[in-house]
Design a binder for this molecule. Structure first.
Ligand code: SF4
Length: 247
């Protein structure tokens, strides 16, 4: 949210953007672009405003310390990433790289494991190559929302020495608002709106090219990969309350 916008106003603005996109492109493949290009752009713009005057982040290219944590994503993010992987696969295959295989291998280790288990097993994200994220331009909002002021603290936390990381509050706050508004608008539009574990849901989307269209038609096709800690009813009630406050 820009400095002049409250969190509620920003939620309302984002919700309106997504609602219009869903009305315009319901059931069509273009819906993914319409939802996510707006989400990513507004996330970047608002984080930039919110971070004005704050200390510099300590994240840098080549550091993937936090990329062993469980990543969750909404269905549009999962299907957009599956499209991206299909598009880049022929080029990567010439170098002997298969992101599909890497996702499948990671999923063998992570399938069915909760967030705390994932901290223990420290399975690297399948998209890290030489310390960088190879799907950076389409990475989920969950990844965009984690930014640290102290990479030494990240490394210490990763090795279990400390449990507090000085994450950037604006990144986490804006990610939460951008994603919650998206989930609320998906719900209002009759589309599955949960958060899904990335490796499992992505493998499903890569294995079955028809899943995206079925999701666009309103089926909850990724349900088996849904994260279990989130109380859907509670979340839905919060969305309804936010919309009431916002109206
Ligand atoms: S998608 Fe990219 S940023 Fe997110 S955990 Fe994987 S490597 Fe890290």
């Amino acid at each position: 949210m820009e400095a002049a916008l409250s969190a509620i106003d920003f939620f309302r603005q984002m919700h309106g953007h997504y609602r219009l996109a869903i009305e315009r492109f319901q059931g069509r493949a273009m819906l993914l672009d319409a939802l996510l290009q707006g989400a990513w752009q507004r996330f970047d713009e608002n984080v930039a405003v919110q971070c004005e005057g704050l200390p510099e982040l300590d994240c840098h290219k080549g550091c993937a310390t936090c990329c062993t944590l469980r990543v969750t994503a909404t269905a549009p993010e999962v299907f957009m990433l599956a499209r991206f992987i299909r598009a880049v696969s022929p080029g990567l295959a010439r170098h002997g790289i298969s992101l599909r295989d890497q996702v499948a291998q990671a999923n063998v280790s992570t399938c069915g494991r909760g967030e705390s288990d994932r901290v223990v097993i420290r399975q690297r994200c399948p998209f890290i190559a030489q310390g960088a994220c190879v799907i950076y331009q389409v990475r989920p909002l969950a990844c965009r929302g984690l930014a640290s002021y102290d990479r030494k603290a990240c490394a210490q936390a990763a090795s279990g020495k400390i449990d507090q990381i000085p994450y950037s509050e604006p990144h986490m706050r804006v990610r939460s608002l951008v994603q919650n508004a998206l989930q609320s608008a998906l719900r209002d539009g009759g589309l599955a709106w949960a958060s899904y574990e990335l490796n499992q849901s992505l493998q499903m989307a890569l294995d079955d090219t028809g899943l995206e269209q079925r999701w666009l038609q309103g089926e909850d096709v990724l349900r088996v990969a849904q994260v279990s800690e989130v109380d859907e009813a509670e979340m839905a009630a919060t969305f309804d309350k936010l919309k009431q406050v916002a109206s």
